[in-house]
Design a protein around this ligand. Structure first.
Ligand SMILES: [Zn+2]
Ligand SMILES: [Zn+2]
Ligand SMILES: [Zn+2]
Ligand SMILES: [Zn+2]
Ligand SMILES: [Zn+2]
Length: 251
């Protein structure tokens, strides 16, 4: 693989008087000043960024798309390729699959790695729609996701093993992966609490992490005022609207 930087990144020979930028799909006069102007230009840089977000790399004077597993003909620019149906369908399906699954595609898409990484299972997965679909549906992954989500959702073990307790709803839930995930994703009261509180604390520098992860913690923490606030919608609402809190932002 050739170097990813430098003046001639993306530039291939074309004729005696012209070169071609295969990222942008344009011809450029064969003069170093013109080439430099092009490769320093906004459009060229945007196309390099798009390549890094789409698994497209430059190998042996040609573009290669990892998701589509093919080399692109010279006349197919980066823009043309990412708009094509195969590529955009793959990207949409993949983003849908990994949404909320703690799986990061970044290193794959910028061509640093060939695999993707599942953070909750601490393992690499081959980057194909089929193998990722299998991974996210596997009981081990579901169970690791559940363990990761419990402290973010105020869910705690209780003395009997058959149930867990949701602090947010003050409710007992059957201690199985599907019923816990179902509570987190679908329970109306549970979701409403998060909608209201997250709305109140957005951009307010108030943290509810330890409220959710420690069973007996009753307060949220305001990092602006360096003080604890009882973690209820009413108390947080009066705090964020209080003069003391508002004045902290003026400083
Ligand atoms: Zn270019
Ligand atoms: Zn592609
Ligand atoms: Zn996993
Ligand atoms: Zn709940
Ligand atoms: Zn405050």
């Amino acid at each position: 693989m050739k170097m990813k930087t430098g003046l001639l990144y993306g530039i291939v020979a074309c004729s005696k008087t012209r070169v071609r930028c295969i990222f942008c799909g344009v011809f450029i006069p064969k003069a170093s000043r013109c080439i430099e102007q092009h490769t320093n230009g906004i459009r060229h840089k945007e196309n390099v960024e798009l390549m890094n977000e789409n698994g497209i790399t430059f190998i042996d004077d040609a573009l290669h798309c990892k998701p589509c597993n093919r080399s692109l003909p010279h006349e197919e620019s980066v823009m043309m390729h990412i708009d094509c149906e195969d590529h955009s369908n793959w990207m949409a399906a993949m983003e849908d699959l990994v949404d909320g699954e703690f799986i990061t595609l970044d290193a794959y898409l910028c061509c640093e790695k060939d695999d993707v990484f599942c953070e909750v299972c601490n393992s690499n997965i081959e980057c194909s729609l089929q193998s990722i679909e299998e991974h996210v549906n596997h009981i081990n992954h579901r169970s690791n996701i559940t363990d990761r989500l419990k402290p973010l959702n105020g869910i705690f073990p209780v003395s009997n093993d058959h149930e867990v307790w949701c602090k947010v709803c003050d409710a007992y839930i059957e201690n199985t992966v599907p019923s816990i995930l179902n509570h987190i994703d679908d329970d109306e009261q549970h979701m409403e609490w998060f909608t209201i509180i997250e709305d109140l604390i957005e951009n307010q520098e108030i943290s509810i992490e330890s409220y959710l992860s420690s069973e007996h913690e009753e307060t949220a923490y305001c990092k602006k005022c360096h003080m604890e606030v009882l973690c209820t919608a009413q108390n947080i609402s009066s705090h964020v609207h209080s003069e003391a809190h508002l004045n902290q932002f003026g400083l």
